[in-house]
Design a binder for this molecule. Structure first.
Ligand code: TPP
Ligand code: MG
Length: 545
C-alpha cells in the first residue's frame, strides 16, 4: 500500500493522540503546511518558535504526544532550548522540520537557513531527542516515522523528523495493517511478577508505608492505577516537585509535595518517618530533593523507574513502570486491615483575607486555593510563580519542574487549553518570564483559549536574588502589563491590594476571552518555598558576598 509521506505522518500523529500541531511556516516547510491543510490536521501558528514547543509540551503532558512543524534552520534551531526542556522533563514532543529539497542539493551548500552542511540540524537535534531521522528515501520513510514516534512514546522524550521539500508529498510504501503506535519498554513478565511479589511482601510487613508519586505516573498514564494502589493499601501519597499533581491532589490520600528541607513539614514528616517508600516515576534531581536535603534511606526505598525497579540495593531489569504499576494495582493486602491514612490535610488559612492592604504572595495563593480546582489546569513559570503554585491543591499542574527554563507558562496555556478545552488554564508567571514569551497572549486570543494569566510583577529577577543577594542587574524594566495585554486584544486588570485581586479574579472568571491580572508584589515578599530556599542559601554562604 502507498500513501503520501506527509499524510502517513499526520495519520500516525493522530493515532498517538496529537490531533493538532504547533508551529510557524517557512519556505522549507511550505509543502508540509500545505499538506497539513489538505489533510485537515488542525494547525496552530504561534508568535515565536520557543512558544510553539512550550505549547506542544503542555499539550503532550495532557494528550500523551505533542507535535511542532517548523522550517529549517531559523525555525528549527530556534526550538532547541524548549526541546531540551521537553527531554529533561520526559515530555514527548516530536519536531517535524522541513529541509532543502534533495534534488537541488549541491556539494558545497550555500543555502539560506543552513549552518555547516545538510546534516547540521539533524546532529544538533540528536543531542536533545531520543530518536531522530531524515526522510531522504521513499522505501524507509514510513518505518523511520514509526521508529521515531515509538521511541518518543516509549521513553517519553522528544523526537526529530526532517523531511526534504520534495519528499513531503511523495507516495511512499506504508505498512498494512499499520504497526502498533507504542510497543513500550522491554518487559519481562516473570521479572514483573517476581518484583511485584517482593514489593507486596514489603508492603505487608511495613507499619508506615508511603507512596512517593513522581512525574512518570502521569507520563505513562498510570494515574488511575496509582490511585488504586494508594486506596487498596491505605497509603498516604506524597508527590515530588516535578510530580506535583501526577497524583490528583484532591484525592483524600494526598498529603502534599515533598521537597526535603525546602518543602512543607507534613509531607516531610510522613516521608522521612516512613518505614517503606514506594517511589513511582520519581526523578531524584536537585530541585526534587530540595537541593539534596531530602532524607530517604536506601534500605527503605523501592524505586519504580521508567524502565526498571530498584529495591533496596538490588535491581530488576525489564520491569518498567507501565508494566509494574498496573500489575501492583490488581494485588490486594492479605494481612493487615488497611484503612485510610491518618493525617490532617492542609486547610485554607482563613486568617489571610483579601483586604485593602498591600497585596502579598500569600493572599494570591489563598485566593487561588479558594477556586474550584477541578475546573482549571494550572501552569507555572520559573521563580515565585512556581513556588506559589506549589501551595495549590491542583489536579493538573504543569511547570518546568526540572529543567527550570523561563518562558514556559504563557505559551504552555495554548497547548493546555487546546488539549483539554474543558479545563480553563490559569497561568502564574513572573514579570521576567512574561517579558520573554508573554507575546503568545496574542496566540491565546487568536485561538480563543480563555486562559487567566497572572503576572507576578515584582520588578525583579527575585529568584536570583534569593540565591545570590541583591544585584542591580536583577532589576527589570517596568512594563504596564494591562496596557500590553489590551494591545494584544485581551482585557486585564491591575491588583495592588487583596481587594483588587478579588475583583480582578471575578472579572477574569466572568470573561470568555483570555484575561491578564497584573499582581503588584514586593521584592521582599516570598512564597513559603522561596523563603526557605533563600534562608538555606544564605545560611550555606554565611552571608552573600
Ligand atoms: C531562559 C532562562 N534564562 C535565564 C534563566 C535564569 N533565571 C532563573 S530565575 C530568573 C529570574 C526570574 O524572574 P521572574 O520571572 O521575574 O520571577 P521572580 O524570580 O521574580 O519570581 C532567571 C533570570 C532561566 N531560568 N531561564
Ligand atoms: Mg520578577
Amino acid at each position: 500500500m502507498k500513501m503520501k509521506l506527509a499524510y502517513y505522518l499526520f495519520l500516525r500523529l493522530e493515532q498517538c493522540g496529537a490531533t493538532d500541531t504547533f508551529g510557524i511556516p517557512g519556505d522549507f516547510a511550505r509543502s508540509l503546511y500545505a499538506q497539513q491543510a489538505a489533510y485537515g490536521l488542525n494547525t496552530i501558528v504561534c508568535a515565536h518558535e520557543p512558544g510553539c514547543v512550550f505549547a506542544a509540551d503542555a499539550y503532550s503532558r495532557l494528550r500523551g504526544l505533542g507535535a511542532v512543524v517548523t522550517t529549517y534552520g531559523a525555525g528549527g534551531l530556534n526550538m532547541i532550548n524548549p526541546v531540551a526542556m521537553a527531554y529533561a522533563e520526559h515530555s514527548p514532543v516530536v519536531v517535524i522540520s522541513g529541509a532543502p529539497a534533495i534534488a537541488g542539493r549541491r556539494e558545497n551548500p550555500v543555502f539560506h537557513h543552513l549552518v555547516k552542511d545538510y546534516g547540521s540540524q539533524l546532529r544538533v537535534f540528536a543531542e536533545v531527542t531520543c530518536a531522530s531521522a531524515s526522510l531522504t528515501e521513499a522505501t524507509s520513510a514510513a518505518s523511520e516515522i514509526d521508529r521515531v514516534l515509538d521511541a518518543c512514546l516509549t521513553y517519553k522524550r522528544p523526537g526529530y523528523i526532517e523531511i526534504p521539500l520534495d519528499m513531503t508529498a511523495m507516495e511512499v510504501p506504508v505498512p498494512s495493517p499499520p504497526a502498533k503506535c507504542f510497543t513500550g519498554p522491554a518487559t519481562n513478565a516473570a521479572a514483573v511478577e517476581e518484583a511485584a511479589g517482593e514489593i507486596i511482601a514489603a508492603l505487608e510487613r511495613a507499619e508506615r508505608p508511603v507512596l512517593y508519586a513522581g512525574v512518570g505516573i502521569r507520563r505513562y498514564g498510570l494515574v488511575e492505577a496509582a490511585m488504586k494502589i494508594a486506596e487498596n493499601w491505605g497509603l498516604p501519597v506524597v508527590s515530588s516537585v516535578m510530580g506535583k499533581s501526577a497524583f490528583p491532589e484532591s484525592h483524600a490520600n494526598h498529603a502534599g509535595v515533598y521537597m526535603g528541607r525546602m518543602g512543607e513539614e507534613q509531607p516531610r514528616e510522613i516521608l522521612e518517618n516512613a518505614d517503606l517508600v514506594l517511589a513511582a516515576g520519581v526523578i531524584f534531581s536537585d530541585v526534587n530533593t530540595g537541593f539534596w536535603t531530602a532524607r530517604i534511606d536506601r534500605e527503605k526505598l523501592i524505586e519504580m523507574r521508567d524502565l526498571d525497579v530498584g529495591i533496596s540495593h538490588h535491581t530488576y531489569r525489564q520491569v518498567p513502570l507501565n508494566g509494574l504499576v498496573p500489575y501492583l494495582a490488581t494485588l490486594l493486602p492479605q494481612g493487615k486491615n488497611r484503612s485510610r491514612p491518618a493525617f490532617q490535610r492542609k486547610e485554607i488559612d482563613s486568617s489571610v483575607t483579601l483586604d485593602s492592604s498591600r497585596l502579598t504572595t500569600m493572599q494570591l495563593i489563598q485566593a487561588l486555593r479558594k477556586l474550584d480546582q477541578s475546573r482549571f489546569s494550572f501552569l507555572a513559570d520559573v521563580g515565585d510563580a512556581w513556588f506559589a503554585g506549589l501551595e495549590l491543591d491542583a489536579d493538573i499542574f504543569m511547570a518546568p519542574g526540572y529543567y527550570a527554563t523561563m518562558g514556559f507558562a504563557v505559551p504552555g496555556a495554548i497547548g493546555a487549553g487546546i488539549a483539554d478545552p474543558t479545563l480553563r488554564p490559569i497561568v502564574l508567571v513572573g514579570d521576567g518570564a512574561f517579558q520573554m514569551t508573554g507575546n503568545e497572549l496574542s496566540t491565546l486570543v487568536a485561538n480563543r483559549v480563555n486562559a487567566i494569566v497572572i503576572v507576578l510583577n515584582n520588578g525583579y529577577y527575585k529568584m536570583l536574588s534569593a540565591l545570590d543577594g541583591h544585584r542591580d542587574y536583577y532589576n527589570l524594566p517596568n512594563w504596564d502589563y494591562v496596557k500590553y495585554a489590551e494591545a494584544l486584544g485581551c482585557p486585564g486588570a491591575r491588583a495592588r491590594t487583596g481587594e483588587q485581586l478579588y475583583r480582578a479574579l471575578e472579572m477574569a472568571l466572568a470573561a470568555s476571552q483570555p484575561f491578564v491580572i497584573e499582581a503588584v508584589l514586593q521584592k521582599d515578599d516570598h512564597a513559603p518555598v522561596m523563603q526557605r530556599i533563600k534562608d538555606f542559601f544564605e545560611q550555606a554562604a554565611g552571608k552573600h558576598p
